[in-house]
Design a protein around this ligand. Structure first.
Ligand code: NDP
Length: 452
């Protein structure tokens, strides 16, 4: 049977665009791609990219204060949200254009419409147009999840954060994960009075306990009111804002309530169940190591599969899929030792096992140091950096590395290479320090602080 396309991709985010580009541009496949919103997906349009630009914007008051301590006669003045937002929107337009160009140059046909699956080889666009395809790739990502509490319509999600008409005076951030903690810091840096409610005992569950405690302490020292063990029971309209009635008995008013309580795979109404794909508990599409679903012609990559919700992971999964199916090169992506960074202030970079997870697995040594780094110490600040290595007592391999520091994301990328290669603690020790840096502490920690 002759198909309209060799591959039809649903979703123009990180995973879908990479798969489409490689399948068409490198392997000569005839590829169609449908995107119902803006090209670029969560990362480019409403995630990593605009978030990081907001992180940069929010760091200037501290930088200016620091510059004064270094002898500069400067003051921060005011922040013009509207001016920043206009530039941000222009940058997102530029990036969206770049994504479209990449696809065009690779020979991918883009359909600006929602697509649903009709049968294992057929998709239907919102326009009613139908296409057949030998393979279908679902790369529809995720969507913010807001629990069903009374007044939830008064809250916004990270999707809306980049388009606020104005910055609020008082904000409540609900959740303790990546997104909640990052936006708490961004808003705080921009001069907003921030409270963060987190239902757990500490923010950033799943990360190394010492590292997340370190981040939380620093956030609090920077002025964020973190309330752990606290959840919102209901939101109400108040005379001057939104009233949050919380499980700790408090009733506080805010101008903005941001819910960052996780994301769910974007699978509703895609027609997956109709072709025999049973979705997982959170709505994710179960796939094998080659990203193939239970229906052999249908594959899925990225957040929609609920594996690791990170852009570079989706990109690798999309690339591996294209090489496997169209490049005659069966390729899987190894989900072990994926490094990541939380862009709080201070940043946290992490790769491998937390101390707690490693301890469950085998006997370990823990090397850790916390110190005041030169740059901020000179400026009279109390900020402390944390460097931590978890080492296997049996193999001497470094099982995990956790850094809380300015630019920790940049540092962890490099540490991740060594750790992926199986570096031992002795390999770290044998590496000569780069001086004076913060990262040199990673190769100068001589004695374990704990064993277990
Ligand atoms: P996370 O899963 O990281 O965090 C969700 C938070 O919301 C947790 O604190 C969770 O609490 C809490 N929560 C969940 N359900 C409820 C509820 N019903 N009521 C109250 N609180 C609730 O999700 P995010 O939304 O922060 O981020 C989604 C994903 O996006 C992340 O997992 C990450 O992979 C990715 N991401 C990565 C970034 C990066 O690399 N820098 C940045 C942003 C996102 P509890 O811990 O108790 O379950």
């Amino acid at each position: 049977m002759a198909f309209d396309y060799d591959l039809f991709v649903i979703g123009g985010g990180s995973g879908g665009v990479r798969a489409a580009r490689v399948a068409a541009g490198e392997h000569g496949a005839r590829v169609g791609l449908a995107e119902e919103s803006r090209m670029g997906g969560t990362c480019v349009i409403r995630g990593c990219v605009p978030k990081k630009l907001m992180v940069f914007a929010s760091a200037y008051p501290e930088a200016v204060a620091e510059a004064r301590e270094y002898g500069w006669d400067v003051t921060a003045g005011g922040f013009d949200w509207a001016r920043f937002r206009t530039r941000l929107e222009a940058e997102l337009d530029r990036l969206e254009g770049a994504y479209r160009n990449t696809l065009k140059n690779a020979g991918v046909t883009v359909h600006d419409a929602r697509a649903v699956i009709v049968d294992p080889h057929r998709v239907r666009l919102a326009s009613g147009e139908e296409f057949t395809a030998k393979h279908i790739l679902v790369a529809t990502g995720g969507w913010p999840f807001v629990p069903d509490i009374p007044g939830r319509e008064l809250a916004i999600t990270s999707n809306e954060m980049f388009h606020l008409p104005a910055l609020p005076r008082r904000a409540l951030v609900v959740g303790g994960g990546y997104i909640a903690s990052e936006f708490a810091c961004i808003l705080n840096g921009l001069g907003v009075e921030v409270s963060q409610y987190c239902r757990g005992a500490q923010i950033l569950r799943g990360f190394d306990d010492e590292a997340r405690g370190h981040v939380a302490n620093a956030m609090q020292a920077n002025g964020i009111a973190i309330h752990c063990g606290t959840d919102v029971m209901r939101l109400e309209k108040a005379a001057s804002g939104i009233r949050a009635v919380a499980t700790d008995g408090s009733e506080r008013e805010f101008d903005l309530v941001l819910y960052a309580t996780g994301r769910r795979p974007n699978t509703a109404g895609l027609g997956l169940e109709g072709i025999g794909i049973t979705l997982g508990r959170n709505g994710e599409i179960p796939v094998d190591a080659y990203s193939q679903t239970a229906v052999p012609s249908v594959f899925a990559v990225g957040d929609v599969t609920g594996r690791i919700n990170l852009t570079p992971v989706a990109i690798r999964e999309g690339h591996a899929f294209a090489d496997t199916v169209f490049g005659a090169k069966p390729t899987t992506f190894d989900h072990q030792l994926v490094a990541s960074a939380v862009f709080t202030q201070p940043e946290m970079g992490t790769v491998g096992l937390s101390e707690e997870a490693a301890r469950e697995r085998e006997p370990i040594e823990v090397y850790a140091t916390a110190f005041r780094p030169m740059r901020t110490l000179f400026a009279g600040k109390q900020d402390r950096v944390l460097m931590k290595l978890i080492v296997s007592r049996a193999t001497r391999k470094v099982l995990g590395c956790h850094i809380v520091a300015p630019e920790a994301g940049e540092m962890i990328q490099l540490a991740a290479i060594a750790i992926r290669m199986g570096a031992t603690k002795e390999d770290f020790d044998a590496t000569c320090a780069v001086h004076p840096t913060m990262a040199e502490e990673l190769v100068t920690m001589r004695k374990p602080v704990r064993t277990g």
